[in-house]
Design a protein around this ligand. Structure first.
Ligand code: ZN
Length: 376
């Protein structure tokens, strides 16, 4: 990366061991340092084949392998970008696309709200890979013998394999998310879908591990090792999905309106002491400031209010200890479960104002109350 290049302001910080190579479909594209390992591995494995097709290249034969690795991961990038584009279409924020040892990953914020969204975000990836593989296959028929043919052959085979293998119905594979969407659509319960697809994923991980052992009995070293890494990757991914399903189920009973504190609304030019007196009188746990025409504009920060000395409180306007209601600090009163947690995580604050369907103040949700409910 050259010194004068600055990441776009909306970019997230780049995690350790990652390189940011650009942006695609509005998301950062990161390459994990483990990618260089796989590029080297591909170059070594391809070396003898390159020698066969074009003898006498010497060390340059490895350059062909690295070029192939770059082309292959460009195809993986297309696969991930297709997930990102569809997720974006459904209104999800896509933070980054990461290319790593075993392919790629797309970091999408939040969870699909409907099975249909889950299905399309997942299935478009394998469809893209199969389309790229089919295009390479078409090129293969018209390309003359030589190194280019070798690369195209590799791309056709790899993309068709990536497409088909990703359709295997177990989490964390795309096919697992398709299965999850199907069960979710039938049962109406997202965690049932996740649980079934995650256990299938674990089953597939075990099968791959058994396959690795079987292959190793035939004397090979590299293939069983790669298969074991794949098995571990599948098992870990499936287990993570199970954990998430457990949390989702636990939090489905979390409803914002149940946790609401009664809120007093006061015009924002009222003195703090007066606002606090009215709140005590009304038995309100929170104070929301409004404009003269009653529109909520701020929520009193309890800590900031308590920090004002009692003798100063009659002389400062309540607005000076209120946090302005930016988007994210007002929540629909009906919000619940993981939606509620995701929203709160996106805009951390100590208080949120709950609004009813007409935009009137229903109450205030204190982060401390939410935390207590989560711990329970
Ligand atoms: Zn995918």
């Amino acid at each position: 990366m050259s010194g004068h290049e600055r990441p776009a302001p909306e970019s997230d910080p780049v995690p350790r061991g990652m390189f940011r190579i650009g942006r695609i479909a509005g998301s950062d594209v990161l390459v994990s340092s483990s990618w260089f390992l796989i590029a080297g591995l591909i170059a070594i494995v391809m070396g003898p084949r390159v020698d066969q097709v074009q003898p006498g290249l010497g060390g340059w034969k490895y350059v062909v392998g690295v070029a192939f690795a770059i082309a292959l991961y460009f195809a993986v990038l297309l696969h991930e970008a297709s997930h990102a584009v569809v997720a974006r279409r459904f209104g999800f924020k896509v933070h980054s696309i990461t290319l790593h040892f075993l392919g790629g990953a797309t970091a999408i914020e939040g969870e699909a709200r409907r099975p249909r969204q889950e299905f399309w975000i997942a299935v478009v990836g394998p469809i893209t890979s199969i389309a790229v593989g089919a295009a390479a296959l078409a090129l293969w028929f018209v390309t003359p013998d030589g190194l280019l043919l070798l690369v195209i052959e590799g791309l056709a085979g790899a993309n068709l394999m990536i497409g088909v293998l990703n359709l295997v119905p177990g989490l964390p594979l795309d096919g697992g998310r398709v299965l999850k969407a199907g069960i979710w659509a039938i049962t109406g319960r997202v965690h049932t879908g996740t649980t079934v697809a995650a256990w299938t994923g674990r089953g597939i991980a075990v099968l791959v591990a058994v396959w690795a052992l079987w292959v190793s009995r035939h004397g090979a070293v590299l293939n069983p090792l790669i298969l074991l890494v794949v098995a571990l990757f599948l098992w870990t991914g499936a287990s993570q999905a199970l954990t998430v399903a457990g949390i989702t189920r636990q939090f489905s009973g979390l409803v914002a309106s149940d946790l609401a504190r009664r809120a007093l609304t006061v015009p924002d030019d009222v003195p703090l002491a007066e606002a606090m007196r009215r709140a005590r009188e009304a038995g309100a746990g929170s104070i929301v400031t409004t404009t003269a025409d009653g529109r909520p504009v701020g929520v009193v920060d309890e800590t900031a209010a308590r920090a004002v000395p009692a003798e100063r409180a009659p002389w400062v306007a309540v607005s000076t200890v209120a946090r302005t209601l930016e988007p994210g600090l007002t929540l629909p009163v009906r919000i619940s479960g993981s939606d509620l947690l995701d929203t709160v995580r996106a805009t951390p604050a100590s208080e949120y104002v709950l609004l009813d369907d007409e935009g009137r103040v229903y109450g205030v949700l204190a982060a401390a109350d939410l935390l207590r409910a989560v711990r329970r």
